[in-house]
Design a protein around this ligand. Structure first.
Ligand code: ADP
Ligand code: MG
Length: 703
């Protein structure tokens, strides 16, 4: 940022905000836009044409040469196809740029290469992008110049969702409608809309670009497939919240500026647990905008890192043995009057509406735990969830001492008459003020934690879109609210009925509450005893998408059809197989062309030394031992390499996507481990001068 530049001045500079619309649009047109944003419905073509003209003028004035419908296909990242604003010149050779309402609202990208899980084969090859008017258009600055980006949904000719945004928007409508019903029960009839609010904390790693380029594994798969641990890891806890290094600081400064210009409220930044790991959190906002913004955050991180001679790694587990990266998805519900339905107030035990909301959420999470877990599954995240890292793959809810006690009272006696207080935080230092303590301490090991006035879903992977988890959260909570409203609407004694319902839900679903250490082995056993599912991998989780309960849930609220769900399940298997395939091929390449040749060279120097020593009249026992140790591991590597080549070929022959994915998991992955182990051991033995790859120490500490 230039000296003297203010956040206020640059904030949303590259966004055509509602404020800008209000300033530039004729009054009636602005009113129409606002109405569609607030209440839904379709924009008239007349209005669309006016808006398109205004947006185009603004974009061109700010240096844009192209526009694109910016959408989120099922690859999990964003897609764009740029169109220049140029048109046919007139006979004088002058060009008048044009951009119509139709071009703003609808596009038809050649969609045939996006994953569709068979959807387009069964229906039509066409795909349409449609403007999501609730998410503002923005200008993206890239090496290609400035591009006007129009956030859009992406559907097939017959209306099936081919993207992540469409179902999310559908789920937002569902949870809004059911929340409004719930509020009405409590006499609140003025609320017309309830919006899920989302704040996503994004973790990431930075690595020096020169070193990155010497690691085919990082380049092709985003994670290291070989690599012995560095002498120093995260055991000293000296990186977490530590002083930010100069180069990283410069990166963060630029990143913030770029994000602010794009209207992303980048708020907090700090070093994370692992060396070279960091985090960025924006201020929460409406779910679909938060989803769009998280995509912008990820893209911008990658772009800005390159400008600083680094690469940004968003993979969930770039380095074995050190902390991986996740994304905490903070979620709450806000009414159009600005009230948060998850705010317990000062006396949650007496706040019946809050207790009902809480009971419904407990029911939702317990009833649909496998689905929620699935929503956070991706290939990379398998290295975190259920592996020896947090959070576990078991869904549980952390409520904290105070609320857990309230639930306990409600379950046991039917009423919560007392409230555990936070009390004073006494520092014991007379010059420091004693401050009010929160009623609950933090729990960092829970996958789904209540944190004051929101839930924090901590399972999501760092590279994944947050659209799926929020779609599922909205849907399952909508379902719970719907059932509660069905049961409570029209009852004679509301007080009694609501009280009974809260007690019923809390009693039935209290098994999902767990306030202890989610990383411990005891919890795994305890969870099993409670009958909570523990789904270990992405592909084991995928089947839940098409089980009857899931289909019924989503079809009830018009969020997904069975066909859409089946296509998504199929894509998971495809993506899984392709990802492991790339990893396997990369390992084959690195082992065969880099590591083994290096070890052979080293073995030769050892052998030469042994011969020379013998000639000189020595036994050369130590040198022989070294040679033998090296040779043993080399043999193991070669055997594993041959086996990997074989199973990789076998995998290719399988045509059924699900079967193929499981083959990769059960038959290819273990061989990859077999290949890695001796290679990592050799890294610790072979002459550093000969080792062909930058080490973990260099990758993590030379940033
Ligand atoms: P921590 O690291 O302690 O979890 P942070 O401050 O880093 O906390 O991140 C918290 C995230 O939660 C931020 O993105 C914040 O804007 C968001 N958040 C705060 N309140 C709400 C809320 N009511 N609903 C949704 N998200 C929220
Ligand atoms: Mg957090």
């Amino acid at each position: 940022m230039n000296e003297g530049m203010h956040v206020e001045e640059i904030f949303a500079k590259n966004v055509f905000t509602l404020g800008k619309m209000k300033q530039t649009l004729p009054k009636e047109v602005y009113k129409e836009v606002k109405n569609v944003i607030d209440r839904g419905g379709e924009l008239s073509m007349t209005a669309a044409n006016v808006i398109a003209k205004v947006i185009k003028d603004w974009a061109i004035e700010n240096g844009a040469t192209h526009y694109t419908h910016w959408f989120q296909p099922l690859t999990g990242i964003t897609a764009e196809k740029h169109d220049a604003f140029v048109t046919h010149p007139d006979e004088m050779g002058n060009m008048i740029t044009e951009f119509s309402g139709k071009e703003l609202i609808k596009g038809e990208p050649d969609a045939s290469s996006f994953p569709s899980g068979g959807l387009r084969a069964t229906f039509e090859a066409r795909g349409y992008t449609v403007w999501d008017i609730t998410s503002p258009v923005f200008l993206k600055e890239a090496s290609t110049g400035k591009v006007l980006c129009i956030p859009t949904a992406f559907c097939s000719y017959t209306g099936e969702a081919l993207d992540k945004k469409t179902p999310l928007l559908r789920s937002m409508e569902a949870v809004s409608k059911q929340s409004v019903r719930l509020l009405k029960l409590f006499g609140n009839t003025s609320v017309k809309k309830v919006t899920p609010s989302v704040g996503a904390e994004q973790e990431y790693f930075l690595v020096d670009e020169t070193l990155y380029k010497q690691r085919p594994d990082l380049m092709f798969s985003g994670r290291t497939l070989f690599g012995a641990p560095a002498p120093k890891g995260q055991e000293m806890d000296d990186h977490y919240f530590g002083v930010i290094r100069e180069r990283v600081g410069a990166f963060m400064k630029d990143l913030n500026e770029e994000l602010w210009k794009l209207g992303v409220t980048a708020k907090t930044q700090h070093n994370e647990v692992a060396p070279a790991q960091h985090e960025l959190a924006p201020i929460y906002e409406t779910a679909n905008i938060a989803v769009d913004h998280n995509q912008i955050v990820m893209e911008t991180m990658k772009r800005v890192a390159i400008h600083h001679g680094m690469r940004c790694l968003l993979h969930e587990k770039p380095y074995a043995g050190v902390n991986g990266s996740g994304k905490h998805d903070n979620w709450s519900l806000t009414t159009d009057k600005g009230k948060n339905l998850l705010d317990p107030g000062l006396t949650p035990n007496e706040n019946v509406q809050f207790l009902l909301v809480l009971a419904c959420i407990l029911k939702a999470v317990d009833s649909y735990a496998p689905l929620l877990r699935q929503s956070a599954a991706d290939v990379g995240n398998d290295h975190r969830l259920g592996a020896d890292e947090a959070p576990p793959a078991i869904i549980s809810v952390f409520l904290g001492e105070q609320l857990e006690d309230v639930v306990k009272q409600l379950v046991e006696t039917g009423a919560a008459t007392s409230l555990k207080e936070g009390g004073k935080l006494e520092t014991g230092v007379s010059t420091l003020p004693d401050t009010e303590k929160d009623a609950t301490d933090r729990n960092r090991t829970s996958p789904f934690a209540f944190t004051g006035n929101k839930f924090e879903f901590r399972m999501v992977g760092s590279s994944d879109s947050i659209a799926d988890p929020n779609t599922v959260l909205n849907a399952i909570v909508a379902e719970a609210f719907c059932e509660a409203a069905d049961r409570l609407e029209g009852v004679e004694d509301f007080e009694l009925a609501v009280h009974d319902l809260i007690k019923e839900y809390m009693t039935k679903h209290q098994r999902i509450i767990f306030n202890g250490n989610g990383y411990s082995d005891e919890w795994v056993k305890e969870a099993e005893r409670r009958g909570l599912p523990n789904i270990k991998s992405t592909i084991e989780a995928a089947a839940v998408l098409t089980d009857d309960a899931t289909v019924a849930l989503f079809e009830k609220f018009g969020i997904f059809t069975r066909v859409e769900l089946a296509s998504r399940e199929e894509i998971i298997y495809e993506t899984y197989a392709k990802t492991i395939n790339i990893e396997a091929l990369t390992m084959i390449d690195m082992a065969g062309k880099q590591i083994i040749p290096a070890v052979v060279r080293y073995a030769k120097t050892l052998a030469d030394t042994v011969n020379a020593m013998k000639e000189a009249g020595f036994e050369a026992e130590t040198e022989k031992a070294l040679l033998s140790e090296t040779s043993k591991r080399l043999t193991r590597m070669k055997e594993a390499l041959d086996e990997l080549i074989r199973v990789e070929k076998e995998a290719r022959k399988i045509t059924d996507e699900k079967e193929k994915a499981f083959y990769y998991k059960d038959s290819v992955k273990p061989v990859m481990d077999d290949l890695r182990l001796p290679a990592d051991e050799l890294e610790m033995m072979v002459d550093k001068e000969l080792w062909p790859l930058p080490t973990y120490g260099e990758l993590m500490f030379e940033v």
